[in-house]
Design a binder for this molecule. Structure first.
Ligand SMILES: Cc1cc2nc3c(=O)[nH]c(=O)nc-3n(C[C@H](O)[C@H](O)[C@H](O)COP(=O)(O)O)c2cc1C
Length: 451
């Protein structure tokens, strides 16, 4: 059914692009990982295309497990810390929003509140925090632990963490700064509040030493798929990322998470559900297929094998690439996308070699490789949007900036022609452009309720 609102779109950022072989692509900038000019270029193309934001996935660790494959796959081995990069990028853009991932397992709430509030001021209200509890084993080793804390413990800490950060962001009320030079009073002391939080995980007195931000507070994003993750999203998130496996599953996820919001007094429109999809687009389907194949051809089998191992959570080391898949190493079920797992299993049962499977998986990577003409890509997005399986998408471009540029030139005008994507930014903050409501300051609310 047609909708009154517009699609929301974000550029997913791994330095060279989402594909593990992106850095080998002749058009990619091989020096880009430590060169802010590369990301500035991606930001400018995203903004010219009127996309909502750039999304920086992150995890505070470099892997060590498979050194040969990792030496051929720089994606997570050499990259900027997101908030640092974003503060620079916000100076060369005006409207584009920025989503930076940071983990509640390894920061303290006061640090996060300060960092994101600062970035929200610096960017003029374009900052979003993607709240993760971290799901990679390797992160814990950098933070005084032997691997990951249990899921329930990470969520318990994460939930309290968010409450503290929200509290700190309310320290100054909206109109607390008087800037009264005549009487020499900078801020209204009655409009600056101490949090005095004493909980199971944190003791934080406050107040935060930075004023309320241009968005009231930065936008909150989350990507938790578990029961606890969905509940936290319904209570606190304004963007929820999901893995796009199929339209029916996403429509169910959409209805489930939005359906949980009423009990927290929230309007379902204040949460945008955005599945991540890998997009290979061309003028024709053949052109898109050829581009996707070109990326696979660039990829070293070691890298493909590592990717497959991570997906299947099995050890394929030493297996013969030119023999059929060793069935004794096939897990009983998937931890990630079930649809993708079913597809891999079916492919294997047809007797294909491990080498073929690596290629096949690399083509489908993440459970939803959308490869097609710009019309087909636009059809897909429109269908999901109108079926309320999505409010928008995180676009995982195989290469940056090449695939982003293709999308901007081919798909964006088509979405605009159909009236489902903006021609111009609606406002100047990310919150305004996403159509999210203003977060009232708790102390101002309490005062007006008492009056
Ligand atoms: C589109 C998308 C992006 C994600 N980005 C990150 C990320 O940057 N860092 C991270 O630690 N986890 C990331 N995740 C993983 C989630 O934070 C979460 O751990 C995962 O979805 C499992 O959820 P659960 O712990 O509630 O089961 C992402 C997930 C999705 C679907």
């Amino acid at each position: 059914m047609a909708r009154d609102d517009k699609l929301k779109l974000g550029t997913f950022v791994y330095t060279f692009g989402f594909h593990p072989a992106a850095w080998l692509h002749p058009e990619s900038d091989v020096n880009g990982a430590n060169d802010i000019a590369h990301l500035a270029n991606v930001a400018k193309i995203s903004e010219a295309a009127k996309l909502d934001f750039m999304f920086f996935a992150d995890s505070p660790a470099a892997a060590i497990g498979h050194p040969d494959a990792l030496a051929r796959q720089p994606t997570k081995m050499n990259r900027f810390e997101p908030i640092t990069a974003i503060t620079a990028l916000s100076m060369v853009t005006e409207k584009l929003g920025f989503v930076a991932t940071a983990s509640t397992s390894y920061y303290e709430p006061y640090n996060i509140a300060r960092l994101y509030a600062s970035a929200d001021h610096i960017s003029g209200g374009r900052m979003c925090w993607n709240v993760v509890t971290s799901d990679h084993d390797e992160t814990g080793y950098n933070y005084n632990r032997e691997g990951l804390d249990p899921h329930a413990d990470r969520y318990a800490r994460g939930e309290e963490f968010l409450d503290v950060v929200f509290g700190l962001w309310d320290s100054f009320e909206d109109d607390a700064l008087l800037l009264d030079r005549e009487n020499g009073v900078y801020h209204d002391k009655d409009k600056l509040h101490q949090l005095d939080h004493k909980g199971e995980h944190f003791q934080v007195r406050g107040p935060l030493n930075i004023a309320r931000t241009p968005q009231g507070r930065p936008v909150i994003a989350q990507a938790g798929g578990s029961e606890r993750g969905r509940e936290l999203a319904a209570r606190t998130a304004e963007i929820a990322f999901s893995l796009a496996s199929n339209i029916d599953k996403n429509a169910a996820f959409y209805a489930d998470v939005k359906g949980r919001m009423a009990k927290y007094g929230r309007n379902p429109d204040d949460l945008k559900i955005m599945p991540g999809i890998v997009v290979n687009v061309g003028r024709t389907r053949e052109e898109a297929e050829a581009r996707a194949q070109e990326m696979v051809d660039h990829m070293h089998p070691e890298v493909g094998l590592l990717m497959l191992q991570e997906f299947l959570e099995t050890d394929l080391h030493g297996a013969d690439l030119d023999a059929p898949f060793p069935m004794d190493r096939m897990p009983a079920k998937a931890k990630g996308s079930e649809a993708m797992f079913a597809e891999v299993k079916e492919f294997v049962e047809q007797g294909h070699t491990l080498r073929d499977l690596i290629t096949h998986y690399a083509r489908k990577h993440t459970g939803n490789g959308l490869t097609g003409s710009y019309m087909e890509v636009a059809d897909y997005m429109q269908e999901w949007f109108e079926a309320r399986a999505a409010d928008g998408f995180i676009l995982m471009f195989p290469t940056l900036p090449a695939s982003l540029r293709d999308f901007a030139e081919l798909v964006v005008p088509e979405l605009q022609r159909r009236g489902i994507f903006r021609e111009e930014y609606e406002g100047s903050t990310l919150r305004e452009n996403l159509g999210l409501s203003w977060p009232e300051n708790r102390y101002t609310l309490a005062r007006s309720a008492a009056e």
